[in-house]
Design a protein around this ligand. Structure first.
Ligand code: ADP
Ligand code: MG
Length: 326
């Protein structure tokens, strides 16, 4: 069946614009070095495009997993990447190849690796609060873009947030859209389950997924970036899930030593059990933690309407707002 004729099911988008090349990947790229990483179904390897000498990350996705055809899932991942191509914080898709077993996504290489490594690093390599503020704005800018286009990521975690460069600390690239869905036609949530530590209470309760589901994961992520601790992680899955459903979080001074109270206030605005009460990505971008010196807005609510001081942020926001997904 041609791609364009494939029906959209369960929030998946399967209409893609990228041409899937069937000429040999290895004729155009040379694999170099060892793996950049791997997840449940994918292996990612560094490669060099022979014609340009440019470095990329090749994500090898198996067409069959556990005997089932996964083409639809892969097309969905490609479609989401296409829909976010104007946002600088979503990893860029360069080309797509198909072999007899795999589909290969040729992605912009985020050479700094997973932010996970710096979250658990020793003091001199760990993020400062100022680092986290800068990176959080970028993550939120990317996620706000997805949400404006009605896309939920559903697997935001420190293994899926990469850096362009580790030292000096570069910029964020959001990767891994394997679980992403279009909000307007999700029918079932039972089969979509992210990583235990990062999943929102509504997923555990099989309640509807929304953009707020991502915001919960962002709360867990920012907590981890600031403290190096995973807020809900227990000794086993059951304990972790209980901690999540009870929103059992340690905000003690011990854990948050040297971290501002605005940071805690920010985390508290998203780690809220009721998804309707959680701050949105746009609201988070306007939170005072990320805007140390907001201009006074005498007639509006400061959390909801104050703008960032940085002209760069303004530019990025307006640039991405002009790109609605059809
Ligand atoms: P999966 O769906 O299997 O989790 P991911 O897309 O998350 O696959 O890729 C697995 C790992 O490979 C990531 O956690 C990361 O370490 C690495 N990786 C993925 N994409 C890139 C990239 N564009 N640049 C560098 N490393 C990457
Ligand atoms: Mg992943």
């Amino acid at each position: 069946m041609p791609e364009s004729a494939t029906m959209s099911k369960n929030g998946m988008i399967t209409k893609i614009h990228t041409r899937i090349r069937t000429d040999p990947f290895t004729a155009n790229y040379e694999l170099v070095g060892k793996e950049l990483g791997r997840g449940k179904f994918a292996v990612v390897k560094k490669c060099i495009e022979k014609s340009t000498g440019k470095q990329y990350a090749a994500k090898f996705l198996r067409l069959r997993r556990k005997g089932a055809d996964c083409r639809t899932d892969i097309l969905n991942e490609i479609a989401v990447l296409e829909s976010a191509k104007t946002n600088p914080y979503v990893v860029a898709l360069h080309e797509v190849y198909e072999t007899s077993h795999d589909i290969i996504l040729v992605l912009e290489c985020a050479a700094g690796g997973e932010i996970f490594n710096q979250c658990v690093a020793d003091n001199d390599e760990a993020f400062t609060e100022q680092d986290v503020i800068r990176l959080a704005k970028q993550i939120l800018n990317g996620v706000a873009f997805l949400h404006r286009n009605n896309v939920v990521h559903l697997d935001l975690k420190p293994q899926n947030i990469l850096l362009t460069c580790a030292r000096p600390l570069g910029d964020i690239r959001i990767v891994d859209f394997g679980l992403s869905r279009r909000m307007d036609n999700i029918t079932e949530v039972r089969e979509i389950l992210g990583t235990p530590e990062y999943v929102a209470p509504e997923i555990l309760n099989y309640e509807p997924i929304s953009t707020a589901t991502d915001m919960w994961s962002i709360g867990v992520l920012i907590y981890f970036m600031l403290t190096g601790d995973s807020p809900f992680l227990g000794d086993n899955k059951q304990v972790t899930f209980l901690n999540i459903s009870q929103v059992n979080i340690d905000y003690s001074e011990d854990t948050f030593e040297g971290i501002s109270s605005l940071a805690i206030d920010f985390i508290k605005s998203v780690l809220v059990k009721d998804p309707r009460m959680r701050a949105t990505a746009e609201e988070c971008l306007n939170h005072p933690w990320l805007n140390p010196h907001p201009h006074p807005h005498p007639h509006s609510h400061p959390h909801l309407h104050s703008r960032s001081d940085s002209s760069l942020d303004e530019q990025e926001t307006s640039q991405s707002e002009s790109e609605p997904e059809s």
